[in-house]
Design a protein around this ligand. Sequence first.
Ligand SMILES: [Zn+2]
Length: 57
Amino acid sequence: MAPKKGKKRENIALQCTACKLKNYTTTKNKRTMPKKFEITKHCSNCNAHTLHRETKV
Ligand SMILES: [Zn+2]
């Protein structure tokens, strides 16, 4: 059973840009989202909403 082609989802981690903690993990489709992904999320370490950036898990 070979895995289906064309549905490559990549595991990524969302890292707080303030404290560098990896707070979230998610998957993204490299085809639809070729650029680096940035989102404002709550960081439990900073106890505030900070910018999180895509990084490797
Ligand atoms: Zn933080």
